[in-house]
Design a protein around this ligand. Structure first.
Ligand code: PHE
Length: 409
């Protein structure tokens, strides 16, 4: 990383002013937990694959969805954003949200980054499974790397209307149509409704396959730049509504840019960690990265449908240390909270369980802001001593002073 280039996934890239990828995050590239037998993420992806393999077959009985689980997470900004019609000013493009290798390349923030290219290559139905990278808060359910499954299915007019009794006068397209809450301008109302029906049936079936026949589920309207209309699916799990996936009708412009003139389609994306944490009662997202056999052996089953409830190996005590500092005077370098989280991650690694801003105020005389963060340290596999935590905590203070020119109080 040091110097003016960085090596990611075997390729060397020049760095520039947008580069913000850290050695810690780099060390996750290539680990491919979704392909590691015995990891709970592997079990869930298998269950999802099985659902699609079993329920969607062609006349010859062959599965129609093809599966890609080995596409490099290094993508261009064009793939991650522009190919999906993400507006130039969209918040997701901010350097504080994603990991940039340089101004041209980044670690994908979602598997949707591959939609356009796979469609262009001629596929009509596919799943993409992979690691995605986002800068975010630090707590039991957030980690800078997680895993997604993307699904896309396209339909020709004949395919979409197969079950319609008399479809001779129907078209999937409409010229001079209007965009409405429930359809795009290019789509006929019939096409929009059949796509919605197909999408919702497919995904509701998946949710019930994963969580059980009696699961309560509901659709919530959503917005994504690359689908319209869009929804999220929520399921009720232990009394709480949990968002499990985002989906919608693929923007026709994306299909056109992929060279498709005569098909329409839907897409969805879901996060594997979130599903696995609920399904197996895994309390902390760091556990997916554990090499501890006490953890992994619990998921080492040959039938992915085996019911599993994670039994904590043991719970070691937390060490809690606070850090307070004055931010540099207002006109100085902008301080961004995610930069601080990043620093804590880089130094504390997986010993850090949570970081949260517990106090913030502005001193009118000094004209300076003060932040206080609480850092909760806990090792997943042994007891940490206060002495070893103090060493790490002091390093975090030093680094914060150096990088952000804060004044530790
Ligand atoms: N890419 C979206 C996300 O990461 C999920 C999504 C995929 C939504 C496909 C719609 C269609 O949140």
């Amino acid at each position: 990383l040091l110097g003016d280039s960085v090596k990611v996934d075997g390729v060397t890239y020049p760095t520039d002013s947008l580069t913000n990828i850290s050695p810690r995050v780099l060390s996750k590239v290539g680990q491919n937990l979704h392909r590691e037998h015995g990891n709970p993420l592997y079990l869930i992806r298998k269950r999802i694959e099985n659902y699609f393999y079993k329920n969607f077959v062609n006349r010859r009985g062959n599965p129609i969805f093809s599966i890609y689980d080995n596409i490099s997470p290094v993508v261009t900004l064009e793939q991650n954003f522009d190919s999906l019609l993400v507006p130039e000013a969209h918040v997701s493009r901010a350097p504080s949200e994603s990991y940039y290798i340089n101004s041209d390349y980044m670690l994908r923030a979602h598997t949707s980054a591959h939609q356009r290219d796979l469609i262009r290559s001629g596929l009509n139905a596919f799943l993409v499974i992979g690691d995605v990278y986002r800068r975010d808060a630090i707590d039991a359910t957030h980690y800078p790397v997680f895993h997604q499954v993307e699904g896309v299915r396209l339909f020709s007019q004949n395919e979409l209307f197969t079950k319609v009794r008399d479809s001779t006068n129907l078209s999937i397209f409409e010229t001079e149509g209007k965009r409405m809450p429930d359809k795009q301008e290019d789509h006929s109302m019939e096409a929009a409704k059949l796509l919605e029906h197909s999408l919702k049936n497919t995904l509701m079936g998946l949710a019930l396959h994963l969580f059980g026949r009696d699961t309560e589920a509901r659709w919530v309207d959503a917005y994504f730049p690359f689908t319209h209309p869009s929804w999220e699916l929520e399921i009720k799990h232990q009394g709480e509504w949990l968002e499990v996936l985002g989906c919608g009708v693929v923007e026709q412009k994306i299909l056109q840019s992929a060279g498709i003139q005569d098909q329409v389609g839907w897409a969805f994306g879901l996060g594997l960690e979130r599903l696995a944490m609920k399904l197996y009662s895994i309390p902390d997202i760091r556990l997916f990265w554990s090499k501890d056999s006490g953890f992994l052996s619990q998921f080492d089953v040959s039938d992915p449908d085996t019911p599993i409830r994670y039994k904590p190996i043991s719970v070691y005590p937390q060490c809690i240390n606070d850090i307070s500092f004055w931010l540099p005077a207002s006109t100085d370098t902008a301080f961004c909270v995610n930069d601080f989280y990043e620093l804590v991650r880089n130094i504390g690694g997986d010993l850090v369980e949570q970081v949260y801003l517990i106090d913030e105020f502005f001193h009118p005389k000094k004209q300076r802001a003060s932040h206080c963060y609480r850092i909760v340290y806990r090792h997943l596999e042994r007891t940490l001593t206060q002495e070893e935590v103090n060493v790490i905590h002091a390093k975090i203070e030093e680094e914060a002073k150096r990088l952000f020119r804060v004044e530790v109080r």
